[in-house]
Design a binder for this molecule. Sequence first.
Ligand code: FAD
Length: 434
Amino acid sequence: MRDITTSDFKFQPYWWDAAAPMPFTAGGMKAAYDVVVVGSGFTGISAALHLARAGRSVAVLDRQDPGAGASRRNAGFVGRVLKKSYSELVASKGRDKALTIYRELHDAYAFTFDLIAREGIDCYAVRPGRFIGATSRGHYNALAKDLAILQADMGFEHRMLAPTATAQGLETDIYSGGAIVPDSGSLHPGLYHKGLLDRAVEAGVSVFGRTEVENLQELSDGRCEVRTDRGTVYAGKVVVATNGYVSKLGWFRRRVVPFRAYMAATEEMPQELLDRLIPHGRTIIDSNTNIDFFRPAPDSRRILFGGATAAPLKGPEEITVRMKSIIDRVLPQACNLKLSHAWDGYCAGTFDLMPHVGRRGNVYYAMGYNFAGVTMGTRFGARIANSIATGAGLDSVFEARNFPTMPFYTGTPWFLGLVMRYFDWHDRRLARRG
Ligand SMILES: Cc1cc2nc3c(=O)[nH]c(=O)nc-3n(C[C@H](O)[C@H](O)[C@H](O)COP(=O)(O)OP(=O)(O)OC[C@H]3O[C@@H](n4cnc5c(N)ncnc54)[C@H](O)[C@@H]3O)c2cc1C
Protein backbone atom coordinates (compact mmCIF):
# COMPACT_ATOMS: atom_id res chain seq x y z
CA MET A 1 0.00 0.00 0.00
CA ARG A 2 2.85 2.37 0.83
CA ASP A 3 3.76 2.94 -2.83
CA ILE A 4 0.24 4.17 -3.69
CA THR A 5 -0.53 6.28 -0.60
CA THR A 6 1.01 9.42 0.88
CA SER A 7 2.88 9.26 4.19
CA ASP A 8 -0.03 11.06 5.92
CA PHE A 9 -2.70 8.87 4.26
CA LYS A 10 -5.99 8.59 6.19
CA PHE A 11 -8.75 6.04 5.77
CA GLN A 12 -11.31 8.75 6.44
CA PRO A 13 -13.41 11.09 4.26
CA TYR A 14 -11.43 13.95 2.78
CA TRP A 15 -14.26 16.27 3.86
CA TRP A 16 -13.53 15.59 7.52
CA ASP A 17 -10.24 17.55 7.27
CA ALA A 18 -12.44 20.67 7.17
CA ALA A 19 -15.58 19.39 8.89
CA ALA A 20 -15.08 16.35 11.12
CA PRO A 21 -18.23 15.10 12.88
CA MET A 22 -18.07 16.17 16.53
CA PRO A 23 -19.56 14.40 19.54
CA PHE A 24 -22.84 15.88 20.80
CA THR A 25 -23.12 14.04 24.10
CA ALA A 26 -23.50 16.84 26.62
CA GLY A 27 -26.81 17.61 28.33
CA GLY A 28 -29.75 15.45 29.25
CA MET A 29 -32.75 14.73 27.14
CA LYS A 30 -36.08 16.21 28.19
CA ALA A 31 -38.95 13.83 28.79
CA ALA A 32 -40.85 15.03 25.73
CA TYR A 33 -40.48 17.13 22.55
CA ASP A 34 -42.91 18.21 19.90
CA VAL A 35 -40.84 16.28 17.38
CA VAL A 36 -38.07 13.69 17.68
CA VAL A 37 -35.93 13.21 14.57
CA VAL A 38 -34.05 9.92 14.17
CA GLY A 39 -30.90 10.45 12.07
CA SER A 40 -28.79 13.57 11.74
CA GLY A 41 -27.87 13.68 8.05
CA PHE A 42 -29.18 16.19 5.51
CA THR A 43 -32.72 14.81 5.81
CA GLY A 44 -32.95 14.86 9.59
CA ILE A 45 -31.17 18.19 10.09
CA SER A 46 -33.16 19.90 7.34
CA ALA A 47 -36.41 18.68 8.96
CA ALA A 48 -35.19 19.77 12.41
CA LEU A 49 -34.05 23.22 11.26
CA HIS A 50 -37.33 23.99 9.49
CA LEU A 51 -39.39 22.68 12.42
CA ALA A 52 -37.45 24.75 14.96
CA ARG A 53 -37.93 27.82 12.78
CA ALA A 54 -41.66 27.04 12.85
CA GLY A 55 -41.57 27.16 16.66
CA ARG A 56 -41.48 23.41 17.49
CA SER A 57 -39.30 21.87 20.20
CA VAL A 58 -37.10 19.34 18.41
CA ALA A 59 -34.58 16.68 19.45
CA VAL A 60 -32.34 14.95 16.89
CA LEU A 61 -31.01 11.55 17.94
CA ASP A 62 -28.21 9.75 16.13
CA ARG A 63 -26.39 6.58 17.00
CA GLN A 64 -23.15 8.05 15.61
CA ASP A 65 -21.64 11.51 15.89
CA PRO A 66 -23.95 13.84 13.93
CA GLY A 67 -23.08 13.86 10.25
CA ALA A 68 -20.99 10.68 10.35
CA GLY A 69 -23.48 8.93 8.04
CA ALA A 70 -23.45 9.44 4.28
CA SER A 71 -24.04 13.18 4.52
CA ARG A 72 -20.37 13.96 5.28
CA ARG A 73 -19.07 11.11 3.11
CA ASN A 74 -20.60 11.71 -0.30
CA ALA A 75 -19.10 13.17 -3.47
CA GLY A 76 -20.99 16.46 -3.26
CA PHE A 77 -22.44 16.21 -6.78
CA VAL A 78 -25.59 18.31 -7.01
CA GLY A 79 -27.77 17.20 -9.90
CA ARG A 80 -31.34 16.48 -10.79
CA VAL A 81 -31.43 12.98 -12.17
CA LEU A 82 -32.36 9.59 -10.76
CA LYS A 83 -30.93 6.14 -11.25
CA LYS A 84 -33.71 5.48 -13.75
CA SER A 85 -33.23 7.57 -16.89
CA TYR A 86 -36.00 9.88 -18.04
CA SER A 87 -36.81 7.61 -21.00
CA GLU A 88 -37.07 4.57 -18.71
CA LEU A 89 -39.46 6.54 -16.49
CA VAL A 90 -41.57 7.58 -19.47
CA ALA A 91 -41.69 3.94 -20.62
CA SER A 92 -42.61 2.54 -17.19
CA LYS A 93 -44.80 5.31 -15.70
CA GLY A 94 -45.97 7.41 -18.62
CA ARG A 95 -44.91 10.89 -19.70
CA ASP A 96 -47.01 12.89 -17.20
CA LYS A 97 -45.66 11.03 -14.17
CA ALA A 98 -42.09 11.15 -15.51
CA LEU A 99 -42.45 14.91 -16.00
CA THR A 100 -43.79 15.39 -12.46
CA ILE A 101 -40.87 13.38 -11.07
CA TYR A 102 -38.31 15.42 -12.97
CA ARG A 103 -40.02 18.69 -11.96
CA GLU A 104 -39.69 17.65 -8.34
CA LEU A 105 -35.99 16.82 -8.83
CA HIS A 106 -35.59 20.27 -10.35
CA ASP A 107 -37.41 21.81 -7.39
CA ALA A 108 -35.14 19.97 -4.90
CA TYR A 109 -32.07 21.21 -6.78
CA ALA A 110 -33.25 24.84 -6.79
CA PHE A 111 -34.42 24.60 -3.15
CA THR A 112 -31.00 23.37 -1.99
CA PHE A 113 -29.07 26.19 -3.69
CA ASP A 114 -31.62 28.73 -2.37
CA LEU A 115 -31.35 27.37 1.18
CA ILE A 116 -27.55 27.56 1.08
CA ALA A 117 -27.73 31.18 -0.10
CA ARG A 118 -30.48 32.13 2.37
CA GLU A 119 -28.67 30.60 5.34
CA GLY A 120 -25.29 31.97 4.19
CA ILE A 121 -23.65 28.54 4.36
CA ASP A 122 -20.11 28.70 3.04
CA CYS A 123 -19.71 25.31 1.36
CA TYR A 124 -18.31 25.96 -2.12
CA ALA A 125 -21.74 25.52 -3.71
CA VAL A 126 -21.16 26.16 -7.43
CA ARG A 127 -22.56 25.15 -10.80
CA PRO A 128 -19.55 24.23 -12.93
CA GLY A 129 -21.49 21.76 -15.11
CA ARG A 130 -21.17 18.02 -15.49
CA PHE A 131 -19.59 15.87 -18.17
CA ILE A 132 -21.31 12.53 -18.70
CA GLY A 133 -18.82 10.28 -20.46
CA ALA A 134 -20.31 7.63 -22.76
CA THR A 135 -18.57 4.31 -22.18
CA SER A 136 -19.35 3.05 -25.69
CA ARG A 137 -21.01 4.14 -28.92
CA GLY A 138 -24.21 2.37 -27.82
CA HIS A 139 -24.21 4.35 -24.56
CA TYR A 140 -23.58 7.56 -26.51
CA ASN A 141 -26.64 6.94 -28.68
CA ALA A 142 -28.83 6.13 -25.67
CA LEU A 143 -27.58 9.20 -23.79
CA ALA A 144 -28.21 11.47 -26.79
CA LYS A 145 -31.74 10.10 -27.16
CA ASP A 146 -32.55 10.41 -23.46
CA LEU A 147 -31.28 14.00 -23.18
CA ALA A 148 -33.04 15.02 -26.39
CA ILE A 149 -36.38 13.85 -24.94
CA LEU A 150 -35.62 15.65 -21.65
CA GLN A 151 -34.79 18.80 -23.59
CA ALA A 152 -38.02 18.60 -25.61
CA ASP A 153 -40.18 17.94 -22.54
CA MET A 154 -38.48 20.14 -19.96
CA GLY A 155 -36.03 22.38 -21.77
CA PHE A 156 -33.20 20.44 -20.04
CA GLU A 157 -30.09 22.21 -21.32
CA HIS A 158 -27.22 20.04 -22.57
CA ARG A 159 -24.67 19.71 -25.34
CA MET A 160 -23.51 16.44 -26.91
CA LEU A 161 -19.78 16.06 -27.53
CA ALA A 162 -18.64 13.95 -30.46
CA PRO A 163 -16.84 10.69 -29.69
CA THR A 164 -13.30 12.05 -30.02
CA ALA A 165 -10.95 12.64 -27.13
CA THR A 166 -9.91 16.07 -28.39
CA ALA A 167 -13.49 17.29 -28.57
CA GLN A 168 -13.96 16.41 -24.92
CA GLY A 169 -10.88 18.32 -23.86
CA LEU A 170 -10.26 15.56 -21.33
CA GLU A 171 -6.93 13.87 -20.80
CA THR A 172 -8.39 10.44 -21.40
CA ASP A 173 -9.55 8.53 -24.42
CA ILE A 174 -11.68 6.13 -22.43
CA TYR A 175 -15.01 7.75 -23.34
CA SER A 176 -16.85 7.59 -26.68
CA GLY A 177 -17.94 11.20 -26.45
CA GLY A 178 -20.57 12.28 -24.00
CA ALA A 179 -22.70 15.19 -22.89
CA ILE A 180 -22.15 18.42 -21.01
CA VAL A 181 -24.95 19.44 -18.64
CA PRO A 182 -23.97 23.06 -18.00
CA ASP A 183 -25.79 23.95 -14.81
CA SER A 184 -25.08 20.82 -12.76
CA GLY A 185 -23.57 21.71 -9.42
CA SER A 186 -21.23 20.60 -6.70
CA LEU A 187 -20.49 21.51 -3.10
CA HIS A 188 -18.38 20.53 -0.09
CA PRO A 189 -20.77 18.14 1.69
CA GLY A 190 -18.89 18.33 5.00
CA LEU A 191 -19.20 22.11 5.17
CA TYR A 192 -22.78 22.02 3.87
CA HIS A 193 -23.84 19.58 6.58
CA LYS A 194 -21.90 21.45 9.26
CA GLY A 195 -23.59 24.70 8.18
CA LEU A 196 -27.05 23.14 8.41
CA LEU A 197 -26.25 21.60 11.79
CA ASP A 198 -24.92 24.90 13.17
CA ARG A 199 -28.08 26.72 11.99
CA ALA A 200 -30.29 24.03 13.56
CA VAL A 201 -28.52 24.30 16.92
CA GLU A 202 -28.74 28.13 16.76
CA ALA A 203 -32.48 27.75 16.07
CA GLY A 204 -32.85 25.75 19.30
CA VAL A 205 -32.69 22.13 18.13
CA SER A 206 -31.29 19.72 20.77
CA VAL A 207 -28.88 17.25 19.19
CA PHE A 208 -27.85 13.98 20.84
CA GLY A 209 -25.16 11.84 19.22
CA ARG A 210 -24.31 8.28 20.24
CA THR A 211 -27.96 7.69 21.04
CA GLU A 212 -29.51 4.77 19.21
CA VAL A 213 -33.26 4.54 18.78
CA GLU A 214 -34.23 0.95 19.49
CA ASN A 215 -37.99 1.06 19.09
CA LEU A 216 -40.79 3.39 18.05
CA GLN A 217 -44.37 2.99 19.11
CA GLU A 218 -47.44 5.16 18.65
CA LEU A 219 -49.52 5.13 21.85
CA SER A 220 -53.31 5.14 22.00
CA ASP A 221 -53.31 8.90 22.80
CA GLY A 222 -51.37 9.60 19.57
CA ARG A 223 -48.04 10.35 21.26
CA CYS A 224 -44.99 8.45 20.06
CA GLU A 225 -42.81 6.56 22.51
CA VAL A 226 -39.18 6.60 21.37
CA ARG A 227 -37.08 4.02 23.19
CA THR A 228 -33.33 4.65 23.01
CA ASP A 229 -30.24 3.11 24.59
CA ARG A 230 -30.19 6.23 26.84
CA GLY A 231 -33.78 6.06 27.99
CA THR A 232 -37.27 6.73 26.67
CA VAL A 233 -38.50 10.03 25.27
CA TYR A 234 -41.98 11.03 24.03
CA ALA A 235 -42.89 13.04 20.97
CA GLY A 236 -45.98 14.33 19.21
CA LYS A 237 -44.40 13.38 15.89
CA VAL A 238 -41.32 11.41 14.85
CA VAL A 239 -39.26 11.81 11.70
CA VAL A 240 -37.22 8.77 10.60
CA ALA A 241 -34.26 9.93 8.49
CA THR A 242 -31.92 6.97 8.65
CA ASN A 243 -31.38 6.18 4.93
CA GLY A 244 -28.64 3.55 4.36
CA TYR A 245 -27.54 3.51 8.01
CA VAL A 246 -30.88 2.32 9.36
CA SER A 247 -30.51 0.09 12.40
CA LYS A 248 -33.02 -1.58 14.71
CA LEU A 249 -36.17 -0.06 13.14
CA GLY A 250 -37.52 -3.18 11.47
CA TRP A 251 -40.25 -1.74 9.20
CA PHE A 252 -37.72 0.61 7.62
CA ARG A 253 -34.90 -1.95 7.51
CA ARG A 254 -37.19 -4.18 5.47
CA ARG A 255 -37.69 -1.48 2.87
CA VAL A 256 -34.26 -0.05 2.18
CA VAL A 257 -31.36 -1.81 0.54
CA PRO A 258 -28.14 -0.48 2.04
CA PHE A 259 -25.09 -0.67 -0.19
CA ARG A 260 -21.56 0.61 0.20
CA ALA A 261 -20.03 3.30 -1.98
CA TYR A 262 -16.30 4.06 -2.07
CA MET A 263 -14.24 7.18 -2.65
CA ALA A 264 -10.66 8.42 -2.54
CA ALA A 265 -8.67 11.66 -2.85
CA THR A 266 -5.37 12.11 -4.65
CA GLU A 267 -2.49 14.06 -3.22
CA GLU A 268 -2.20 17.69 -4.35
CA MET A 269 -0.99 18.33 -7.90
CA PRO A 270 0.00 21.37 -9.95
CA GLN A 271 -3.04 23.46 -10.98
CA GLU A 272 -2.09 23.06 -14.61
CA LEU A 273 -2.31 19.25 -14.39
CA LEU A 274 -5.62 19.41 -12.54
CA ASP A 275 -7.06 21.73 -15.22
CA ARG A 276 -5.98 19.33 -17.93
CA LEU A 277 -7.37 16.25 -16.18
CA ILE A 278 -10.69 17.89 -15.25
CA PRO A 279 -11.29 20.97 -17.42
CA HIS A 280 -13.53 23.78 -16.16
CA GLY A 281 -13.86 22.28 -12.68
CA ARG A 282 -16.74 20.13 -13.89
CA THR A 283 -17.95 16.99 -12.24
CA ILE A 284 -17.59 13.83 -14.31
CA ILE A 285 -19.62 10.65 -14.29
CA ASP A 286 -19.83 7.91 -16.86
CA SER A 287 -22.91 6.53 -18.54
CA ASN A 288 -22.80 3.09 -16.89
CA THR A 289 -25.45 2.07 -14.40
CA ASN A 290 -22.68 1.45 -11.89
CA ILE A 291 -20.74 4.67 -12.36
CA ASP A 292 -17.20 5.87 -11.85
CA PHE A 293 -17.20 9.55 -10.83
CA PHE A 294 -14.58 12.32 -10.56
CA ARG A 295 -14.42 15.94 -9.46
CA PRO A 296 -11.82 18.45 -8.37
CA ALA A 297 -11.70 19.12 -4.63
CA PRO A 298 -13.24 22.55 -3.99
CA ASP A 299 -10.56 23.66 -1.54
CA SER A 300 -7.30 22.09 -2.73
CA ARG A 301 -5.67 20.89 -5.94
CA ARG A 302 -6.76 17.25 -5.74
CA ILE A 303 -9.10 14.93 -7.57
CA LEU A 304 -11.82 13.23 -5.54
CA PHE A 305 -13.32 10.18 -7.16
CA GLY A 306 -15.16 6.94 -6.62
CA GLY A 307 -16.56 3.80 -8.13
CA ALA A 308 -16.88 0.05 -7.54
CA THR A 309 -20.17 0.78 -5.77
CA ALA A 310 -21.58 -2.18 -3.83
CA ALA A 311 -18.47 -4.30 -4.49
CA PRO A 312 -17.76 -6.55 -1.50
CA LEU A 313 -14.42 -4.90 -0.64
CA LYS A 314 -13.12 -6.07 2.70
CA GLY A 315 -11.07 -3.42 4.43
CA PRO A 316 -9.14 -0.16 3.99
CA GLU A 317 -6.36 -1.78 1.99
CA GLU A 318 -8.60 -3.51 -0.53
CA ILE A 319 -10.69 -0.33 -0.95
CA THR A 320 -7.64 1.88 -1.45
CA VAL A 321 -6.04 -0.45 -4.01
CA ARG A 322 -9.33 -0.67 -5.93
CA MET A 323 -9.74 3.12 -5.95
CA LYS A 324 -6.20 3.55 -7.27
CA SER A 325 -6.93 1.10 -10.09
CA ILE A 326 -9.97 3.19 -11.10
CA ILE A 327 -8.13 6.50 -11.43
CA ASP A 328 -5.20 4.83 -13.20
CA ARG A 329 -7.57 3.32 -15.76
CA VAL A 330 -9.73 6.39 -16.43
CA LEU A 331 -7.15 9.19 -16.03
CA PRO A 332 -3.82 7.49 -16.83
CA GLN A 333 -1.96 10.82 -16.67
CA ALA A 334 -2.69 10.80 -12.95
CA CYS A 335 -1.03 7.43 -12.35
CA ASN A 336 1.97 8.94 -10.54
CA LEU A 337 -0.28 10.61 -8.00
CA LYS A 338 -0.60 8.93 -4.64
CA LEU A 339 -3.81 8.76 -2.64
CA SER A 340 -4.13 10.88 0.51
CA HIS A 341 -7.55 9.61 1.63
CA ALA A 342 -9.89 6.72 0.95
CA TRP A 343 -13.23 5.97 2.56
CA ASP A 344 -16.55 4.26 2.27
CA GLY A 345 -20.15 5.01 3.22
CA TYR A 346 -23.64 3.58 2.97
CA CYS A 347 -26.26 4.65 0.45
CA ALA A 348 -29.80 3.30 0.29
CA GLY A 349 -31.62 1.85 -2.66
CA THR A 350 -35.23 0.69 -2.66
CA PHE A 351 -37.02 -2.17 -4.37
CA ASP A 352 -38.65 0.17 -6.91
CA LEU A 353 -35.44 2.25 -7.38
CA MET A 354 -37.34 5.36 -6.26
CA PRO A 355 -36.84 7.65 -3.24
CA HIS A 356 -39.69 7.51 -0.73
CA VAL A 357 -41.25 10.10 1.54
CA GLY A 358 -44.31 9.27 3.57
CA ARG A 359 -46.15 8.95 6.81
CA ARG A 360 -47.36 6.11 9.05
CA GLY A 361 -49.64 7.70 11.61
CA ASN A 362 -47.50 10.23 13.47
CA VAL A 363 -44.24 8.80 12.14
CA TYR A 364 -42.89 10.54 9.02
CA TYR A 365 -40.02 9.23 6.95
CA ALA A 366 -37.86 9.98 3.91
CA MET A 367 -35.20 7.67 2.49
CA GLY A 368 -33.95 5.61 -0.44
CA TYR A 369 -32.16 8.31 -2.43
CA ASN A 370 -29.59 6.17 -4.25
CA PHE A 371 -27.04 8.86 -5.12
CA ALA A 372 -29.36 11.90 -5.03
CA GLY A 373 -29.58 12.57 -1.30
CA VAL A 374 -27.87 15.97 -1.18
CA THR A 375 -30.85 17.67 -2.79
CA MET A 376 -33.61 15.13 -2.14
CA GLY A 377 -32.71 14.74 1.55
CA THR A 378 -32.65 18.49 2.03
CA ARG A 379 -35.97 18.95 0.23
CA PHE A 380 -37.79 16.00 1.82
CA GLY A 381 -36.68 17.16 5.30
CA ALA A 382 -38.21 20.58 4.61
CA ARG A 383 -41.41 19.08 3.16
CA ILE A 384 -41.90 16.91 6.23
CA ALA A 385 -41.31 19.92 8.49
CA ASN A 386 -43.88 21.92 6.56
CA SER A 387 -46.40 19.11 6.74
CA ILE A 388 -45.95 18.75 10.52
CA ALA A 389 -46.00 22.49 11.14
CA THR A 390 -48.97 23.39 8.96
CA GLY A 391 -50.95 20.17 8.64
CA ALA A 392 -50.57 20.33 4.85
CA GLY A 393 -49.83 17.19 2.85
CA LEU A 394 -46.33 16.14 1.90
CA ASP A 395 -47.14 17.17 -1.63
CA SER A 396 -44.59 14.94 -3.31
CA VAL A 397 -44.78 12.63 -6.30
CA PHE A 398 -42.53 10.29 -4.29
CA GLU A 399 -45.20 9.84 -1.62
CA ALA A 400 -46.38 6.44 -2.80
CA ARG A 401 -48.98 4.49 -0.87
CA ASN A 402 -46.82 1.43 -1.30
CA PHE A 403 -43.23 1.38 0.00
CA PRO A 404 -42.33 -2.07 -1.31
CA THR A 405 -40.32 -4.76 0.44
CA MET A 406 -39.66 -8.38 -0.50
CA PRO A 407 -40.82 -11.54 1.25
CA PHE A 408 -38.33 -12.67 3.94
CA TYR A 409 -36.14 -9.57 3.49
CA THR A 410 -34.95 -8.27 6.88
CA GLY A 411 -32.34 -5.70 5.88
CA THR A 412 -29.38 -7.81 4.74
CA PRO A 413 -29.20 -7.48 0.96
CA TRP A 414 -27.77 -10.92 0.08
CA PHE A 415 -28.81 -10.31 -3.55
CA LEU A 416 -26.62 -7.22 -4.17
CA GLY A 417 -23.97 -9.17 -6.10
CA LEU A 418 -26.65 -10.45 -8.48
CA VAL A 419 -28.11 -6.96 -8.95
CA MET A 420 -24.70 -5.47 -9.76
CA ARG A 421 -24.06 -8.30 -12.24
CA TYR A 422 -27.43 -7.54 -13.86
CA PHE A 423 -26.45 -3.83 -14.15
CA ASP A 424 -23.13 -4.82 -15.78
CA TRP A 425 -24.93 -7.12 -18.23
CA HIS A 426 -27.41 -4.33 -19.02
CA ASP A 427 -24.51 -1.93 -19.72
CA ARG A 428 -22.71 -4.46 -21.94
CA ARG A 429 -25.92 -5.10 -23.89
CA LEU A 430 -26.35 -1.38 -24.50
CA ALA A 431 -22.70 -1.15 -25.58
CA ARG A 432 -23.19 -3.96 -28.13
CA ARG A 433 -26.13 -2.11 -29.69
CA GLY A 434 -23.74 0.66 -30.73
C1 FAD B 1 -19.51 7.59 -1.07
C2 FAD B 1 -20.85 8.23 -1.34
C3 FAD B 1 -20.98 9.14 -2.38
C4 FAD B 1 -22.22 9.78 -2.61
N1 FAD B 1 -22.29 10.76 -3.54
C5 FAD B 1 -23.41 11.52 -3.64
C6 FAD B 1 -23.44 12.65 -4.47
O1 FAD B 1 -22.45 13.01 -5.09
N2 FAD B 1 -24.61 13.37 -4.55
C7 FAD B 1 -25.73 13.01 -3.84
O2 FAD B 1 -26.76 13.68 -3.95
N3 FAD B 1 -25.71 11.95 -3.00
C8 FAD B 1 -24.58 11.20 -2.88
N4 FAD B 1 -24.54 10.15 -2.01
C9 FAD B 1 -25.76 9.83 -1.23
C10 FAD B 1 -25.99 10.84 -0.11
O3 FAD B 1 -24.82 11.03 0.64
C11 FAD B 1 -27.11 10.32 0.79
O4 FAD B 1 -28.25 10.03 0.01
C12 FAD B 1 -27.51 11.35 1.84
O5 FAD B 1 -26.40 11.80 2.57
C13 FAD B 1 -28.54 10.74 2.79
O6 FAD B 1 -28.75 11.65 3.84
P1 FAD B 1 -29.65 11.20 5.06
O7 FAD B 1 -29.71 12.34 5.99
O8 FAD B 1 -30.95 10.68 4.57
O9 FAD B 1 -28.87 9.95 5.70
P2 FAD B 1 -27.43 9.85 6.39
O10 FAD B 1 -26.61 11.06 6.18
O11 FAD B 1 -26.83 8.55 5.96
O12 FAD B 1 -27.79 9.81 7.93
C14 FAD B 1 -28.53 8.76 8.50
C15 FAD B 1 -28.21 8.75 9.99
O13 FAD B 1 -29.15 7.92 10.67
C16 FAD B 1 -28.50 7.40 11.81
N5 FAD B 1 -29.26 6.24 12.30
C17 FAD B 1 -29.62 5.12 11.65
N6 FAD B 1 -30.35 4.30 12.43
C18 FAD B 1 -30.47 4.93 13.64
C19 FAD B 1 -31.11 4.61 14.87
N7 FAD B 1 -31.78 3.46 15.01
N8 FAD B 1 -31.00 5.48 15.90
C20 FAD B 1 -30.32 6.65 15.76
N9 FAD B 1 -29.71 7.01 14.61
C21 FAD B 1 -29.77 6.17 13.56
C22 FAD B 1 -27.11 7.05 11.29
O14 FAD B 1 -26.18 6.96 12.35
C23 FAD B 1 -26.82 8.20 10.32
O15 FAD B 1 -26.02 9.20 10.88
C24 FAD B 1 -23.33 9.46 -1.78
C25 FAD B 1 -23.19 8.54 -0.74
C26 FAD B 1 -21.97 7.93 -0.51
C27 FAD B 1 -21.84 6.97 0.64
